[in-house]
Design a protein around this ligand. Structure first.
Ligand code: NAD
Length: 260
């Protein structure tokens, strides 16, 4: 049940229930969204006042077709990066890294692009980044990696939308924009994990961005239990086995304590 504000005793009971489902599981899997990083000071998209209400994202086609859109995308990117440069993993990230280290989670599928799972100690072979990574850039034509420091230097030198230094192609932050195809290999890894898990835990996602949001349904149809830890309602609440509308950092750190 989702109430206005869950009381702390209700939240404690929900964390107890989560711990109990964890003890019954041998292949739990986390699926994280922007809500995991709000306690690190990085706003999500769809909370009230989130990024969505301030700046509509620039779609992929506009970025590729239009140099002015690219210039605007780099301006926004560097403004955001400067605001969040000091962000470090929160209690939620640390709890997930701890659960992986203890063999309690088979992996993390993330929609986040902020690199905080890696900083918290999750290895690449346990992590699927469905929407890419915002800490570097790549050429859309030849895939050469370009460091953001190089892009920023070009931009501040007056080249507001720099092209690839090797092939002249369009350089873009290594993230997946609206309208851009999902990386096929990452999507396949995510589907494989979703079919392997017996406990699929959604953490801080509004579950409206597809195809990522279809993964919980894939897992559930394959017999996994589905848990959703999210303050706001999601379109999959009706099929969840456990809904926890509480604060992610509180819930996940409470879970780790109970499993100790
Ligand atoms: P979203 O913004 O659509 O949804 C986040 C959800 O988290 C919201 O429903 C909100 O109620 C909930 N939430 C926020 N803080 C919470 C907390 N402390 N406890 C419990 N719930 C909390 O996010 P999404 O579903 O991940 O989709 C957004 C897209 O934007 C993703 O594709 C992602 O790539 C991108 N994005 C990434 C970041 C990041 O990397 N940190 C930030 C913003 C957007």
């Amino acid at each position: 049940m989702r109430g206005e504000e869950e009381t702390s005793s209700e939240l404690k009971t929900a964390i107890d229930d989560l711990a109990s489902l964890f003890r019954q599981s041998s292949r739990a899997l986390a699926f994280t969204g922007a809500g995991l990083s709000t306690e690190c000071g990085i706003p999500d998209f769809r909370s009230p006042g989130g990024l969505w209400s301030q700046n509509k994202p620039i779609p992929f086609q506009a970025f590729v077709a239009n140099r002015e859109a690219r210039a605007e995308a780099w301006r926004r990117k560097f403004t955001m990066d400067d605001s969040f440069a000091g962000a470090v993993p929160g209690r939620g990230h640390r709890a997930l890294a701890d659960l992986i280290a203890r063999g309690r989670l088979i992996g993390v599928i993330t929609q986040n692009i902020d690199n905080l799972h890696q900083v918290s100690g999750v290895d690449g072979d346990r992590l699927v980044e469905l929407h890419g990574n915002g800490t570097y850039a790549t050429c859309l034509a030849c895939a050469e990696r370009h460091e953001l420091s190089w892009v920023r230097h070009r931009v501040t030198s007056g080249d507001v939308a720099p092209d690839c230094r090797s092939c002249g192609g369009v350089v873009k932050s290594a993230t997946i924009s609206f309208g851009q195809a999902m990386p096929e290999a990452e999507l396949q890894r995510a589907v494989r994990l979703s079919l392997a898990t017996d406990l699929f835990i959604v953490i801080g996602s509004s579950l409206v961005v597809h195809p990522a949001a279809s993964l919980p349904v894939t897992a559930k149809r394959n017999g996994a239990r589905l848990i959703i830890i999210n303050r706001q309602e999601t379109p999959l609440d009706d099929i969840a086995d456990l809904l926890i509308p509480g604060d992610i950092g509180t819930v996940l750190s409470g879970l780790v304590q109970r499993l100790n």
